[in-house]
Design a protein around this ligand. Structure first.
Ligand code: ATP
Ligand code: MG
Length: 282
């Protein structure tokens, strides 16, 4: 796979997340599933900016497994073979420097929006006044004003997902892991959430790993896109994309972007081998 182009050679920059020939097998005998086979990639710490890495591929190709191994969450972690390093060290267990926004909403049903968002700070020992003040700032940032005292079941899917995102970002993780976070949203809310994520992410300089089934979302959000394939789960190619400078609706109307999305979809559908860069037509 190609390496990221940066001012300094990537290998000279500090490691952020490195997979070296990582394989993961679940079960044994007739029920054995090879979730990942020989997956290698490296994301380095770029000075002053985090990267946004998107992962695409068919269901079962191991996208969630990659994220959960980075997070240190069982049963995906530890891998069956190979090495995983985060911040230059082997992963040992989950940690607040790696925040996961799960495929399923992971809110606490008995807590209000405000307390859900402040929950991680409470675990860290932040006092009530300070954590509620910070949680209120995040409620504004994700556009949930007025919903402070509501409970998760009183919210729409889009609102719940904004609470989950705020609850994770408030902890300023260096690495943000997002597993199909916008999958259940209507198209308009989804575009709004994409813009919001880009905005929040620029302000935090967090490195984001973002799993999606939408090629447009992968290309719009990703500085690089990892395309995976299934049976067994493996990495096919790494594609680089320019940073978005316009909202997603406008980006979609640009012919070069539409062509890139069309080509990525074709490669996914055909399970094509690694191909040429997608942005040559730009
Ligand atoms: N806890 C588990 N126990 C056994 N097998 C598992 C477990 N989690 C995942 N697998 C298997 O590992 C493979 C990869 O699963 P994974 O959830 O990582 O795929 P995915 O790319 O995230 O799929 P989707 O797009 O459907 O979310 C699949 O074959 C799945 O059945
Ligand atoms: Mg998944």
């Amino acid at each position: 796979m190609s390496t990221h182009t940066a001012a300094a050679p990537a290998s000279a920059l500090p490691e952020l997340v490195v997979f070296d020939k990582v394989s993961k097998t679940f079960g044994s005998g007739a029920t054995q599933r090879v979730a990942l086979e020989n997956v290698s990639f490296a994301v380095h710490d770029l000075p002053g900016k985090g990267e946004l890495v998107t992962l695409v591929g068919p269901s079962g190709c191991g996208k969630s497994t990659v994220l959960r191994i980075i997070a240190g969450l069982r049963p995906h972690f530890p891998p069956t073979s190979g090495t995983v390093r985060v911040f230059g060290k082997p992963v040992a267990a989950p940690s607040a420097d790696r925040g996961l926004v799960d495929q399923k909403y992971s809110l606490l049903p008995h807590l209000t929006v405000l307390d859900n968002i402040a929950f991680g700070l409470k675990l860290r020992g932040t006092g009530l006044g300070a954590r509620h003040a910070l949680a209120r700032e995040w409620i504004k940032k994700v556009g949930l004003d007025g919903a402070e005292t509501k409970y998760p079941q009183e919210l729409s899917g889009g609102m719940q997902q904004r609470v989950a995102i705020a609850a994770t970002l408030i902890l300023t993780p260096r690495i943000l892991l997002m597993d199909e976070p916008f999958g259940a949203l209507d198209p308009k809310t989804r575009l709004h959430m994409q813009e919001l994520l880009i905005e929040l992410w620029r302000a935090q300089e967090t490195t984001v790993f973002f799993v999606t089934h939408s090629v447009e979302e992968a290309l719009y959000l990703g500085d690089r896109v990892y395309r995976m394939a299934a049976n067994p789960g493996h990495m096919v190619e790494e594609l680089t994309m320019p940073r978005p400078d316009v909202p997603p609706e406008q980006m979609r109307q640009q012919p070069w972007f539409a062509d890139a999305a069309h080509e990525l979809l074709r490669r996914l559908e055909d399970e094509a081998p690694a191909g040429a860069p997608l942005t040559a037509a730009r």
